[in-house]
Design a protein around this ligand. Structure first.
Ligand code: GLA
Ligand code: ZN
Length: 653
């Protein structure tokens, strides 16, 4: 197991190196990450490669028993390169150049950039291929993050048109599929196709979806090229990774293709960033781990684990004593098997003065240092637990075509994809059940329960897989707008929603309504939910029952016969349909019922206490994490505010 820190020795006086490394290893670390962002240090002028700075760092690290994760430096190119070749710079939606000065401002489709990036990477990797202490390469840094997934430059425009030509073959076919007859947008040639830059009203939905696919393709093609290059030159003992940033569902980057090419996936875990008044919800943090683990279907690394408050110009919530350490335990519970904390010491100069580290400007071993030290010393004892496989019975499914489709057409002002995913994820999380968050492209046949939030794009092949799953006894939970669209982002014609899955859901949705801020409609339980009440916001599908039974009807005279929540029996399985943004009490009841019926392993614990079970060698271990500011008890275990425990389970009595 690797435990370590992100260390930037180039930021500090040379005579601090020895002392820093000593302190880092005294803390319990056995690895440091270096190199990312240091392109200029390795190629001060074009073609003059120089690695002596890092040679020295690596030698010193070794003498302190530290291994090295080396980041290739392509996120931040040198100023001379931008001055010589301004075409490498990306452009924003208005065509303005993103100037030198920040980071990640290169265009993924710049051939010139690829030439220079490939050259430094080749030189660097080749230089350290025989270095035993260098155990892994991280390509670039957080590809596509901070808006860098989008570029509207001429190179991207030409590449987009070429992408569409490959995709459609003929312009007639594209016109037909896009429906460019609408508003007279018919193109005579691929060269006429615009980028979806600001216009009056909105762009064609099929064009928008293809643009997102193209952006994702651009990021992945750069990533895959870099991975291939590192693979060609690296030593046999060295592995390749990339640090995926949070906020997955807001981006135009589906990291799946890249993830498959990596030796292991890494994640940068920041439960609070910028001006947030409080951290993202515990379930949300958990979901991000389950998403990352789902990319390769196995355990992963975290190469940036937050310790102090973070932000560029604005910072917010200060993690309470113990809380960042608890997030580290939470990550390990969910499948992280090696962890590096960001960063050894907060930097007093440069853009990240307020991205605090394990130690800060006073350079003293303070509270955070002691938290990391305690964490490293404890977690190191549990290698076997951390290696154990996580095999949930429940999968929450996402599909980037669908996510992008929602990004472009929100339909309700209140709609947010992540929130809708969490609406269905959270009730199972609260039961402390294990959950995978995976793409619809993965084989989901082995699960017992599929949770499918707001999947408005469903094609017949996917629908067939859902049918087979339900027929064989699986439970599926769909939510509103399911199946209204096809893969081209067009509404399905001559079908009634939920198109393609109408028979398995056993309902027809002929009317639907977008609900606005503070607009909440009342629901009344019926059948199995008789006597219960609830509410729904964001959206409502008005469902007519076909073979399904209603669980909640709209509690109003006008639509009293229309259902919001239904359940249908299909083959040996059951299909729930959640026709709106229903409140948590409804989802909690449904999740509990599904867990009981499907014999899904779960653990009842007090609210705010996350209990995650890992099994190894016939033993069961519990990660008990207190996400609240008050003491909580679980069995005989008392967990202090924001505390965390990793204990062998003796059972509840
Ligand atoms: C990101 C980056 C780091 C740094 C941190 C600050 O995750 O990878 O370089 O900017 O955020 O929180
Ligand atoms: Zn570009």
């Amino acid at each position: 197991m690797y435990l370590g820190v992100d260390y930037y020795p180039e930021h500090w006086d040379a005579d601090m190196l020895e002392e820093d490394l000593q302190r880092i290893s005294d803390m319990g670390a056995n690895i440091i990450r270096v190199g990312e962002f240091a392109w200029h240090l390795m190629e001060k002028t074009e073609g003059e490669f120089e690695f002596s700075f890092f040679d020295h760092v690596v030698e010193k690290a070794k003498s302190h028993g530290l291994k090295v994760l080396f980041g290739t430096p392509t996120t931040t190119f040198p100023a001379w390169l931008a001055a010589k070749h301004p075409s490498i710079l990306s452009k924003d939606a208005y065509g303005h150049i993103r100037g030198f000065g920040g980071r990640r401002q290169y265009c993924f489709n710049s051939d010139t950039y690829r030439v220079y990036a490939s050259r430094i990477v080749r030189e660097l990797v080749n230089h350290y291929r025989d270095e035993e202490a260098l155990v892994a390469w991280q390509i670039d840094n957080e590809l596509g993050h901070e808006g860098s997934d989008i570029c509207y430059c001429e190179q991207c425009h030409a590449a987009f048109q070429a992408f569409l030509r490959t995709e459609y073959g003929s312009i007639e076919k594209l016109n037909e599929i896009y429906g460019t007859i609408f508003w007279g947008q018919t193109y005579n040639t691929f060269e006429e196709i615009p980028l979806p830059q600001p216009t009056i009203t909105v762009h064609n939905p099929s064009l928008r979806l293809d643009w997102s696919r193209f952006r994702s393709f651009s990021v992945n093609s750069f990533a895959l090229q870099q991975i291939q290059l590192v693979r060609m030159y690296k030593g046999g003992h060295q592995q390749i990774t990339h640090n995926i940033p949070g906020g997955f569902f807001e981006k135009a980057h589906d990291p799946s293709a890249m993830a498959e090419a990596l030796d292991f996936v890494s994640y940068d875990n920041y439960p609070v960033w910028g001006g947030l008044r409080e951290p993202i919800a515990p379930a949300h943090i958990a979901m991000t781990h389950d998403f990352i683990r789902g990319l390769q279907g196995r355990n992963y690394w975290i190469v940036e684990e937050l310790m102090g408050a973070q932000g560029h110009n604005v910072i917010g919530y200060l993690p309470r004593p113990g809380q960042a350490k608890m997030w580290a335990y939470q990550a390990m519970a969910h499948g992280c098997e090696s962890m590096l904390f960001f960063r050894w010491r907060g930097m007093t100069r440069g853009a990240e003065q307020f991205c605090l580290g394990i130690i800060d400007q006073d350079n003293e071993d303070g509270r955070k240092y002691h938290e990391v030290r305690a964490f490293m010393q404890d977690i190191r004892k549990h290698g076997e637990v951390l290696k154990s496989e996580i095999k949930p019975d429940i999968a929450v499914l996402y599909d980037f075509d669908n996510i992008w489709s929602w990004q472009h057409q929100q339909q309700s002002q209140e709609f947010d994809f992540t929130r809708e995913l969490l609406r269905l994820y959270t009730p199972f999380y609260k039961l402390n059940a294990q959950i995978d968050v995976i793409s619809t492209g993965k084989d989901f046949s082995r699960y017992k329960v599929l949770v499918v939030p707001v999947l408005q794009i469903i094609d017949p092949a996917l629908a067939d897989r859902f049918k087979a799953f339900a027929r064989q006894g699986g439970t599926i939970v769909f939510s509103f707008r399911a199946g209204i669209k096809d893969r081209h982002n067009n509404l399905n014609f001559r079908q009634t929603p939920p198109c393609c899955i109408r028979d398995i859901a056993g309902i027809a949705v002929r009317d639907a309504e977008s609900l606005q801020e503070r607009q909440c409609v009342k629901l009344k339980g019926i059948g199995k939910a008789e006597g219960l009440e609830g509410s729904c916001g964001v959206w409502r599908d008005l469902a007519d029952l076909e073979t399904a039974s209603a669980l909640y009807l709209y509690d109003e005279p006008f639509y009293k016969d229309k259902a919001c929540v239904t359940v249908n029996t299909y083959g040996k399985g059951r299909v729930y349909y959640i026709g709106g943004g229903v409140d948590s009490s409804i989802m909690d009841t449904i999740a509990r019922e599904i867990a009981a019926e499907g014999q899904i392993r779960h653990i009842e614990a007090p609210e705010g206490l996350e209990v995650y079970m890992r099994s190894t060698g016939g033993e069961e271990w519990l990660f008990i994490n207190n996400h609240t500011g008050s003491e909580k008890a679980f069995g005989e275990n008392v967990v202090e505010p924001y505390g965390s425990l990793l204990v062998k389970w003796k059972g509840l009595n």
